[in-house]
Design a protein around this ligand. Structure first.
Ligand code: NAD
Ligand code: 89V
Length: 359
């Protein structure tokens, strides 16, 4: 059992639910955050539960999330299970009045996501979606450069993720679903487009499957018209054989009224404007537990989890709150709808009369 010293009174106590493939990154990152402590773990699979407990020295272990929430005094739960269990677990945490982080994809449908946001709202508990890609050091550097107006007013952008990396060996469930790249990876890239260029008015998308061994689509191209006048392209592929594999790098191009920004491979950020051309190094932080090729993602996990603790301490809404994530999920749904029907989608169609909580 973990003991708290008097110096740890200001430490936020959490439990992690879901001890699978990606949970190791959460657990390593929590260990590095001074004012957070994971005091208990939960997984329906006992062998995974005990393996994580042993690896991270956590002794309070549960196979049932309801029992965890009944027995532990928690400041937050961190849900790192796959999407099928998210709604039940978020609503369970809300009923127990415990603040909650939930991994992406937040929900299977926009309707479920709204219900989850409402449940936390009504219970008065903070809710953050672990939408971490925008928290990568390189993406934050791009956002900051645009925010400072270094290339003037952006009018065009491209956010691109093209890879042939074998994601299925670590995450075999990704090969099984009817939906694949847009729901799993495109969701991050669409969220980056929102983060950089603002909310979307309209989109047009096409998708295809190249890999015959999987059920869902592994290529998507999406054209977005943003409310503030930027037109952008989000493209992603897991069927792209490059001379050098770049997983999990996202490459970015932005043209602005006073210059251009390019995020090249290997985390090189080029800003070109009237003052000249500058190349910046925006490499992810060197974490002791990072492992190639995952460093950028692992750095973003550390950043989003620190952001959560900071928001809890200050009593403010996280940047990637449940409410914020509704707009990203709506882009995912609109992409599938556009690809299926071969037409552009007005984002207002996705919300109908019920725009509650989408901004
Ligand atoms: P996984 O299948 O390896 O692990 C999930 C674990 O949750 C399993 O051990 C399972 O037994 C457990 N579980 C499921 N339902 C449960 C329940 N009701 N109660 C207790 N335990 C339960 O999955 P993973 O690859 O670790 O992915 C988990 C989530 O993380 C997914 O939603 C995935 O999309 C997301 N993910 C995010 C990133 C990122 O960068 N943000 C990267 C990889 C995966
Ligand atoms: O981030 C994710 O959700 C992961 C991966 C980067 C492998 O697609 O599933």
């Amino acid at each position: 059992m973990q003991t708290m010293s008097s110096g740890e009174q200001n430490v936020f106590k959490g439990a992690l639910i879901g001890c699978g493939f990606f949970s190791r990154n959460h657990l390593h990152a929590w260990r590095d955050i001074e004012d957070a402590r994971i005091v208990a773990l939960c997984d329906a699979d006992e062998s995974r539960l005990h393996a994580a407990g042993r690896e991270f020295g956590i002794e309070r272990l549960y196979t049932d999330a309801a029992a965890l929430l009944e027995s532990e005094q928690l400041d937050f739960v961190d849900i790192a299970t796959t999407v099928a269990s998210h709604k039940a677990l978020v609503e369970l945490a809300a009923r127990a009045k415990v603040a909650v982080i939930c991994q992406k994809p937040f929900a299977r449908s926009l309707e479920d996501a709204r219900a989850m946001v409402d449940a936390c709202n009504d219970a008065g508990v903070p809710l953050m979606v672990h939408e971490n890609f925008r928290w990568q050091s390189a993406i934050q550097a791009v956002g900051a450069a645009l925010h400072r107006g270094e290339i003037g007013r952006p009018f065009w952008g491209r956010v691109s993720f093209r890879s042939g990396f074998d994601v299925f060996s670590g995450q075999p469930y990704l090969a099984e679903g009817e939906r694949f790249i847009v729901e799993d990876l495109g969701i991050h890239v669409l969220d980056i487009a929102r983060f950089l260029f603002g909310e979307v008015k309209r989109l047009y998308a096409s998708t295809s499957r190249v890999n015959p061994a999987i059920n869902g689509e592994d290529v998507a191209t999406i054209m977005l018209s943003h409310e503030q006048g930027v037109n952008s392209i989000v493209d992603c592929s897991y069927a792209t054989r490059l001379p050098r594999e770049l997983f999990p790098q996202t490459l970015i191009e932005v043209d602005g009224s006073a210059g251009t920004l390019r995020l090249f491979a290997d985390y090189r950020l080029q800003i070109h404007n009237a003052a000249g051309t500058e190349l910046r190094d925006v490499t992810p932080p060197a974490l002791s537990w990072a492992s190639a090729p995952w460093e950028a993602i692992q750095g973003s996990v550390a950043s989003i989890q620190s952001h959560w603790i900071d928001c809890l301490r200050r009593g403010v809404e996280p940047a990637t709150s449940g409410r914020d994530n509704l707009a990203t999920l709506a882009l995912v749904d609109a992409t599938y709808l556009s690809a299926r029907q071969g037409r552009s989608i007005e984002m207002s169609e996705m919300f109908g009369a019920d725009t509650k909580g989408t901004r």
